[in-house]
Every structure is written in structure tokens, then in C-alpha cells.
Write a protein of this length. Structure first.
Length: 312
């Protein structure tokens, strides 16, 4: 067994696992109304970067990107309705909102060309999509005001701001895009980047931006992936499992294997074992220590064998 493989497995055992998805993945990115040339260019560029990244993310991606004049409520509705007709429960669904948002104390609105859409309206459209695992990443100003409407079991929600009262334009989208391209974001060295890894990367980078500019931070990203309650900034107390298990992009050998029909069965086995290990990790506190250690050791050894086959 290769030494690097053993190190990777042991490192992953104490870290947060990411699980590649082998159903289809539906990615929708919307760059909303900029209002000014600078914002328009920034939002469009981020959306186009994500379009490129998502199209190369897996062997079966379905990528929809709305920018400029296309970023209208009817077009977004039509896109989500199309996905609702074709997606299956075993598929994954990702929605990324880039641009400006507003919150009046009651409703969050995503600013589009023409009429805006409220968080409740967007959530209702996403609810009709049968994919059991969903991720909504709202990178706009005031996005914290959308979390309550977006929350649902099986859906992870990320917002660039902790509340609807943080109304300044955000830099979170810039670093979310960067996270999906930087191997340094892959902290558990699994050759993939999860929603949790991207979140941690982007929040640290955003904080660093304000520090470097000697400015008071006007955005504090949060997430919720249990479907209810207040969003959080750190994993724990049940929060974080879905985010850690939601793979956004594959890297290196995992990406190559996903495109190799001969290795897809091995990747599916790897996913099954990683999921088992992840479940054990979250159940550790309620388990007999000896039983936990035995089950974890067996699963890690099996995973190491599968990884060795993938590395050939």
C-alpha cells in the first residue's frame, strides 16, 4: 500500500469527508442585476467562471447559467421547472445566486432584470425539484435574510451575510469561485472540494480581504444544513454533515476516475465507505469506544484497499 495513500486515509479519518456524487448534478448560476457597470462586469465574470468550473466538474453535469439580459424571473422559473421535470431523487442540485439582494425586515428579494424574486418564491421552485440533496449558495448583500425561507431538510443553505441587515455589496462570491479552483481548499486531501471546504475557504479569504483593507467587515457568511433554526458559522451540534458530504468539484485522480467507466464502480464503493466512516464519526459520542474503534478500523482498511486500486 502506498505511503501517501495511508496518510490520506488517516488524515481523512479525523477530518471532514467529502463524498463524490455519481448521480447527475444540476448546477444553476444566476448573475443578477448589477445596476452599475462595475458590478455588472463583476457578477457576470463570476457566473461565467462557475459555468466553466461546473461544466468540467463531473462526468454528468447539467449546467445552466443566466447572466445579463437573461437574468430574469421568467427565465429562472423556466430553468428550475425544466430541472424539476428531469431531475431524479438520487441527483444533486446546486443553485448559486450572485448579485444584489435586499431585505425589508420581512422579505428578502434577489435583484433581477425586471421583477425581483423573493426567497420564498425561489424556495418554492426549488421544492419542486425531486433531487433529495440540494445546495443553495446566496452570495448577495442581505442574503442572511433569505436563509429562513430557503431552509428545508436535505438542503444546505449558504449566505454571504449573517442577516438581512448586512446590506453592503459582498466579496464572498469572488472567494467561493476561487475555492473551487484552488487545490488548497481541499483540506482533507480527498481530491475533491466539498461545500464545507469551499465555505471555510471563502469565509477566511473574505475576512482576510477586510483585514488587508483595514476596513470593518460588513459581511459574515453563515450556513445551515439541518433544515431549521439559526444559521451558524462553524460545524458542530449536528451542523455541517451535509455540507461536508456535498461534493462540488472533483480534482486530480478522482476527476480522472469519474471519467473512466472502468473505475466508476470503485468510486461508488469509495463513496459508500466514506459515507459509513462519516456516519460513524457523527455517532461517536453515542457509541461504545471499543465498538467505534473496531468499526472505524475495518472501514478505513477497506477504504485504503479501494483507494489503492484507484491509484493504479
Amino acid at each position: 500500500m502506498k505511503l501517501n495513500t495511508i496518510r490520506m486515509i488517516l488524515f481523512a479519518a479525523i477530518g471532514m469527508f467529502t463524498l463524490p456524487s455519481y448521480g447527475a448534478v444540476y448546477y444553476v448560476t444566476v448573475a443578477g442585476l448589477g445596476g452599475e457597470p462595475d458590478y455588472e462586469q463583476r457578477f457576470t465574470a463570476a457566473a461565467k467562471d462557475l459555468d466553466r468550473i461546473f461544466k468540467s466538474a463531473s462526468s454528468t453535469p447539467h449546467v445552466y447559467t443566466l447572466t445579463g439580459p437573461q437574468s430574469t424571473a421568467p427565465n429562472l422559473k423556466e430553468t428550475l421547472e425544466s430541472i424539476a421535470r428531469s431531475a431524479r431523487p438520487e441527483d444533486d442540485f446546486v443553485l448559486v445566486l450572485i448579485g444584489h439582494g435586499s431585505f425589508d425586515g420581512v422579505d428578502y428579494k434577489f435583484n433581477l432584470v425586471g421583477p425581483d424574486l423573493t426567497a420564498a418564491e425561489i424556495a418554492a421552485m426549488c421544492d419542486r425539484i425531486p433531487a433529495k440533496r440540494q445546495l443553495i449558495v446566496d452570495t448577495t448583500s442581505a442574503s442572511g435574510g433569505a436563509v429562513a425561507a430557503f431552509e428545508r431538510p436535505g438542503r444546505a443553505v449558504v449566505s454571504a451575510t449573517k442577516s438581512g441587515t448586512e446590506k453592503n455589496a459582498t466579496v464572498f462570491a469572488r472567494y467561493w469561485v476561487e475555492a473551487l479552483q484552488d487545490p488548497e481548499a481541499d483540506t482533507n486531501k480527498s481530491d475533491s472540494i466539498s461545500a464545507m471546504e469551499a465555505f471555510v475557504y471563502a469565509t477566511k479569504k473574505a475576512a482576510g480581504f477586510y483585514d488587508s483593507q483595514k476596513r470593518l467587515a460588513t459581511e459574515h457568511a453563515v450556513f445551515d444544513d439541518i433544515g431549521h433554526g439559526e444559521p451558524v458559522r462553524d460545524a458542530g451540534n449536528g451542523q455541517g454533515a451535509l455540507m461536508a458530504n456535498f461534493t462540488l468539484v472533483l480534482l486530480g485522480t478522482s476527476k480522472q476516475a469519474a471519467n473512466d467507466p472502468a473505475k466508476r464502480a470503485l468510486l461508488a464503493k469509495k463513496e459508500e465507505l466514506e459515507q459509513k466512516i462519516d456516519t460513524l464519526k457523527y455517532q461517536k459520542a453515542a457509541m461504545d469506544p471499543a465498538d467505534y474503534k473496531q468499526q472505524l478500523t475495518i472501514a478505513l482498511l477497506e477504504l485504503a484497499k479501494v483507494q489503492q486500486e484507484l491509484d493504479k
